[in-house]
Design a protein around this ligand. Structure first.
Ligand code: CA
Length: 225
């Protein structure tokens, strides 16, 4: 049973999310304060974190950064305004998804399921080689010249899809579907955040990327050499 940690200070929202997630078969832990939430995360090592941005004690940004220092497990950020999500994207905190309030608890459950499914190891044993990058789909491992590149599960899935089809242009909506199993219009910008983080990890010059190229007005593609 997957363990989900909700860090959110709106008591009613926590109740509703807990009830939906428990009905969906998840074990749910909750914290109403940021500092308590981070402590709980350290003790319980949940499989996924639903994290509010504005929290008493310690804010969501600091918690996400702390988690990312130690773990690649999925983080869903909850924000009060669309503009906040945009700002967060620019900060490259490494969250896997952003959901703007108000939202339907069903959407949260669907995204939790999708992220956990994507985080699970793939059953194939295929290895993709593109340019000088090797992607082991079974081991969920990306290497270049034998050196491991540490990607989150979402980043891994995006890279694997793009690198299997070098030169093919992927729209943001397509990449969103690859990343999360489902594509929600209006959330395409989360892809830009993932791409930005991936470039920082992959490219020697992220401003002139040779792996993940921008196709203006359309999306992204993996470069052919
Ligand atoms: Ca809050």
């Amino acid at each position: 049973m997957s363990k989900i940690l909700i860090i959110e200070d709106e008591v009613e929202l926590v109740k509703v999310l807990r009830s939906y997630l428990e009905k969906a078969g998840f074990q749910v832990l909750t914290a109403l304060r940021g500092d308590d939430g981070l402590g709980l995360w350290k003790r319980e090592k949940p499989d996924l974190v639903i994290l509010d941005l504005n929290l008493p004690g310690l804010d969501g940004l600091d918690i996400a950064r702390e988690i990312r220092k130690k773990s690649n497990s999925p983080i869903i950020m909850l924000t009060a305004r669309v503009e906040e999500a945009d700002q967060l994207v620019g900060l490259e905190i490494g969250a896997d998804d952003y959901i703007t309030k108000p939202f339907s608890p069903r959407v949260v459950v669907a995204r939790v399921r999708a992220l956990l499914r994507r985080a699970a190891p793939s059953p194939t044993s295929e290895v993709i080689r593109a340019q000088d990058i090797e992607i082991d789909l079974e081991a969920h491992l990306v290497t270049r010249h034998g050196e491991t590149i540490d990607l989150t599960p979402t980043e891994f899935n995006i890279l694997a899809a793009m690198a299997s089809n070098p030169g093919r242009v992927f729209s943001r909506l397509q990449l969103l579907e690859i990343a999360q199993g489902v594509a929600y219009e209006g959330y395409e910008r989360t892809i830009d955040a993932h791409i930005k983080n991936m470039r920082a990890k992959l490219e020697s010059d992220p401003k002139n990327p040779r792996y993940i190229e921008t196709v203006f007005g359309v999306g992204y593609r993996f470069g052919k050499e």
